[in-house]
Design a protein around this ligand. Structure first.
Ligand code: NAD
Length: 384
């Protein structure tokens, strides 16, 4: 048994993300031998507690299963709480976690809107606890490398950036009318995918200053979900109205004067996790696509015209690849990005200062989503 100090963890919501957080914390020491704290999964709370919940919780190593998150947050044997339930509960749970003096790992979008995200960020600030927000795509080694190349001026002055986050998870008209499609989510593809997309653009390039957006809902009704249905399941109930947008298309002006486009859809037939960023500078360009996570396409031209692209495979020295694989060309997976996120959070807890994406980044993404909703409604440019 390790003699490291324990980090006693509670998780709220044992769906997809709750399980990914739990696995990431359990795997931390496998990848980071020098991790300063040893996570212990003490308790999980979920409103649906059935045989599957108990078996999942036991397999992940949880000691206790509760049905009410308030009982979990009130416990005095926890140091960190992961908020991995639907957006509707983020604010109440996130604020309560921080107010109880516990560190917070919260999934994006961290609330249903900018006001809720700001409340969570303020509670974290007031309590002096550390936080992490679930912007996992910035943890990909190729994204870290892209950020470094941009910052070092290797593509010159950034001129324009294209971000596309296209998915087909809601393309089937029988896809369940889960919380994601209802008012309780706050927004649709904006909170779900665009919050990631804007964070990625900010991380690699810079802050967005102004935007104009067109939005659409292509599937206005869906069958109601059966209780406990997961993200990708079909509905089985009566048809109900979809309350939020399936698709957005935006023009962006970044604060450095560069321009951008951002397109995102949850109903894009043929697109599975087509999450990409392409940055063009005055004498170079680079491009990354999540589906080829370990590759960065670069055009580091010696001349302005007729330059060709090459594909770099990330090296163990790029980002955190070395903690996962010994050489280039050996892939990391989605869950690994969450191990990196856990690592950065644990570092921030040990050092008492933020490392990696925090609730403040979530508040920025949420403010951007708010601005996009306003622009789609008013059909005007909105400044951030
Ligand atoms: N970072 C990412 O890449 C990523 C990916 C997917 C989802 N997310 C975010 O993670 C969050 C959860 O999404 P998911 O896909 O895991 O959803 P999910 O539907 O798979 O899981 C949500 C879980 O929360 C439980 N739950 C609902 N209400 C609860 C309550 N009041 N108290 C405790 N548990 C409750 C549900 O029973 C379910 O088990 C969302 O905010 C989503 O935006 C992030």
């Amino acid at each position: 048994m390790s003699s490291l100090p324990e980090l006693r963890v509670g998780v709220v919501g044992l769906g997809w993300m709750g399980q990914v957080h739990a696995r990431a914390l359990q795997r931390l020491a496998h990848h980071y031998l020098d991790a300063p704290l040893r996570p212990r999964l003490v308790a999980v709370a979920d409103t649906v507690v059935d045989d599957r919940t108990h078996r999942t919780a036991a397999a992940l190593g949880f000691e206790d299963v509760l049905t009410d998150w308030r009982h979990l947050v009130a416990r005095d044997d926890l140091d960190l709480v992961c908020v991995a339930g639907p957006n509707l509960i983020h604010r109440d749970v996130g604020v309560a976690v921080a107010a109880s003096g516990k560190h917070l790992w919260i999934e994006k979008p961290a609330g249903r809107n900018g006001a809720e995200s700001r409340e969570i960020a303020a509670a974290v600030e007031d309590a002096g606890v550390q936080s992490a927000a679930g912007f996992n795509y910035r943890n990909a080694p190729a994204v870290e490398r892209a950020k470094e190349l941009v910052a070092a001026g290797r593509i010159g002055t950034v001129e324009h950036t294209a971000v596309r986050f296209l998915a087909d998870y809601a393309a089937h008209p029988d896809g369940a009318l889960s919380w994601r499609f209802q008012d309780v989510a706050g927004s649709g593809v904006l909170g779900d995918l665009v919050s990631h997309a804007t964070d990625l653009a900010r991380y690699v390039v810079t802050d967005i200053g102004e935007l104009v957006v067109d939005a659409a809902t292509f599937i206005p009704e869906r069958p109601e979900a059966v209780p406990g249905a997961m993200h990708y399941e079909r509905g089985g109930g009566a048809l109900g109205p979809v309350a939020n947008e399936d698709y957005v298309n935006a023009l962006l002006r970044f604060v450095d004067g560069s321009r951008g486009t951002l397109e995102s859809s949850r109903v894009a037939v043929g697109e599975q996790c087509a999450y990409s960023i392409e940055v063009h500078g005055s004498h170079g360009a680079l491009a990354w696509d999540f589906r080829r996570m370990g590759e960065l396409r670069v055009c580091l031209a010696d001349d302005y015209q007729d330059a060709s692209w090459t594909t770099e495979l990330v090296r163990p020295t790029d980002g955190e690849l070395g903690a996962f694989q010994p050489g280039s060309g050996i892939s990391m997976g989605y869950d690994d990005l969450k191990v990196v996120e856990a690592h950065r959070l644990v570092q921030s807890i040990a050092e008492g200062k933020p490392v990696g994406a925090t609730v403040h980044d979530a508040a920025t993404a949420a403010a951007t989503v708010d601005a996009m909703l306003e622009s789609a409604r008013t059909r005007r440019w909105v400044a951030l």
